[in-house]
Design a binder for this molecule. Structure first.
Ligand code: GDP
Length: 197
């Protein structure tokens, strides 16, 4: 049986008034465009195609909500790292991010980072956006299948050092299934779902 019983698309949010009710628990997924975030969401929820992969960059910036169990949500943030976001779009985007950040139900943040690149400046910007007291932080070093053992150990160590206790980090590969159970259990725990027996 899959870890999350009935993952389903809930809603897209383009304006602060459109957020789902701030009850229960939710965890945000963020990462640079092409980091492997959609693939990670699909692997973790075991729903192929739940989050769409290979999107065109620069489309309208929406928060996509998925419900993994009643009042337990995953929120997919648009990929960042493309500089050419039009000013009008940025104007709509910032209040949305601010609304998300102050939600009572937001328990934590998963940051998806390409293991071959490690943490970038934009990842660190996002991490700073998230207040340490309020949100937990977990970094998935994605596409780990592309690294050998030494490279994997090095990026794990380096990321852990840079996080300096602010969060946890693990290797992950949607393609090879590396680290999927670990990511699922972290997410489930943050959402307040019972551990798998
Ligand atoms: P997003 O833009 O962050 O949502 O990234 P996607 O999930 O769309 O993936 C971006 C690219 O990376 C696609 O070409 C995927 O096939 C590839 N990719 C994603 N996950 C993995 C993985 O675990 N291993 C490898 N080798 N490639 C991956």
């Amino acid at each position: 049986m899959s870890r999350f019983r009935e993952p389903r698309f809930l809603t897209s949010v383009a304006a602060p008034v459109q957020f789902p009710a701030d009850v229960g628990a939710e965890v945000a997924f963020a990462g640079r465009s092409n980091a492997g975030k959609s693939s990670a969401i699909n692997a973790i929820t075991q729903r192929r195609g739940l989050a769409r992969t290979s999107k065109t960059p620069g489309r309208t910036r929406l928060l996509n909500y998925f419900e993994l169990a009643p009042t337990k949500r995953l929120v997919d943030l648009p990929g960042y790292g493309y500089a050419s976001v039009p000013a009008a779009e940025r104007g709509a985007w910032l209040p949305l991010l601010e609304s998300l950040r102050t939600r009572e139900s937001l328990k934590g943040l998963f940051v998806i980072v390409d293991a071959r690149r490690g943490l970038t400046e934009s990842d660190e910007g996002l991490i700073e956006w998230s207040p340490p007291g309020a949100h937990r932080l977990h970094v998935l070093l994605s596409k780990a299948d592309k690294l050998n053992r030494n490279e994997s150990a090095a990026v794990l160590r380096d990321t852990s050092t840079r996080l300096a206790g602010r969060g946890t980090v693990q290797l992950f590969s949607a393609l090879r299934g590396i680290g999927v159970p670990e990511a699922q259990e972290t997410l489930a725990a943050w959402l307040g779902l019972a551990p798998r027996r």
